[in-house]
Design a protein around this ligand. Structure first.
Ligand code: NAP
Length: 285
């Protein structure tokens, strides 16, 4: 029977992983099919318990199951443990091990855009959800000394700041609606949007900042990749700052998942191109 890999989450209608992972398997003539399994919460326990005996080499896990799957695993990698979320599972003959490849995915993507050693290590993280935790961990590992987390629910940001506080990093929090956010934004060399504000289907504006709140010397990284040109990127563009969407992070985290399942190095460009083509197709539908 043909072995499978797949993604669990809900909903999965716009997931690009089945497209770019399958393109990478096919490119290397790896006999695996990548499937999308949109599961309801009540289906998770059965699915996870049966996973051990199924011809499924591994999984990607996305919203809203990145935390809940942890209790079904036999082991968890330190990166996943440190942010309390799993986005990749490897099934080795019935033993389930959880990983989080968002940290390395974000780290590689950032390295493609900015020379971390040449900027002041001040960052503003917008959001305090799952991907914000991966972003915070990445920036700490990259030596950022001053990090502010702005969130709609400030309590969540505070909890995260306490959890990640270390001697060599100063983490502060602010309500994302606070007017002082503009001052923090102006002083930040890196602004990372980890909220879902501006995502396809939501309000197409980023109401918490004006373009004049962004320094032209900043880099603005929006985790959102649908649309490819996000409302926050528009503000960065107007401010004359450099910016990126989150597509290259998505592909980079996918590269790491692929390596964990197969032990082989996939072709990044093929994955990126197939994801971009799919996005164009989706837009024309
Ligand atoms: P999540 O855990 O659900 O967190 C969502 C975050 O957005 C929370 O901080 C939430 O604030 C905030 N938020 C939602 N609606 C808001 C609004 N109207 N105003 C202000 N803040 C709002 O989601 P996640 O997994 O972290 O994902 C966040 C975004 O990153 C999504 O757009 C997702 O597609 C993207 N993402 C990209 C990648 C990639 O590879 N590029 C990977 C993962 C996620 P509260 O805490 O107040 O609710």
């Amino acid at each position: 029977m043909k072995k499978k890999v797949g993604i669990i989450g809900y909903p999965l209608d716009h997931s690009l992983s089945p497209i770019f992972q399958q393109a990478a398997f096919d490119d290397l003539n790896i006999d695996l099919s990548y499937e999308a399994w949109p599961l309801q919460l009540e289906e998770i326990p059965n699915f996870m318990q049966n996973l051990r005996i199924k011809p499924i080499l591994g999984l990607n896990v996305t919203i809203p199951y990145k935390e809940i799957v942890i209790k079904y695993l036999d082991d968890i990698h330190v990166d996943a443990l440190s942010i309390g979320a799993v986005n990749t599972i490897v099934n080795s003959a019935g033993t389930l091990v959880g990983y989080n490849t968002d940290i390395i995915g974000f780290s590689r993507s950032l390295d493609d855009f900015i020379d971390i050693d040449t900027i002041s290590k001040t960052a503003l993280i917008l959001g305090a959800g799952g991907v914000a935790r991966a972003a915070l961990k990445t920036l700490i590992l990259k030596g950022f000394g001053e990090i502010v987390i702005a969130n709609r629910t400030e309590e969540r940001a505070k909890k995260m700041a306490i959890e990640f506080s270390q001697n060599n990093v100063n983490i502060n929090t602010i309500d994302i609606k606070d007017n002082y956010l503009a001052n923090i934004s102006k002083k930040s060399s890196l602004i990372v949007n980890c909220t879902s504000v501006g995502m396809y289907g939501s309000d197409q504006s980023f109401a918490y900042l004006e373009y004049s709140d962004i320094s032209k010397d900043s880099f603005v990284y929006d985790m959102i990749y649908n649309p490819l040109y996000t409302p926050l990127m528009k503000l960065a563009d107007l401010a004359g700052a450099k910016f990126s969407n989150g597509l290259s992070m998505l592909i980079n985290q996918g590269v790491e998942s692929f390596k964990l399942w197969t032990g082989q190095e996939p072709n990044f460009d093929i994955m990126l191109e197939s994801a971009q083509n799919q996005m164009i197709k989706n837009q024309n539908q």
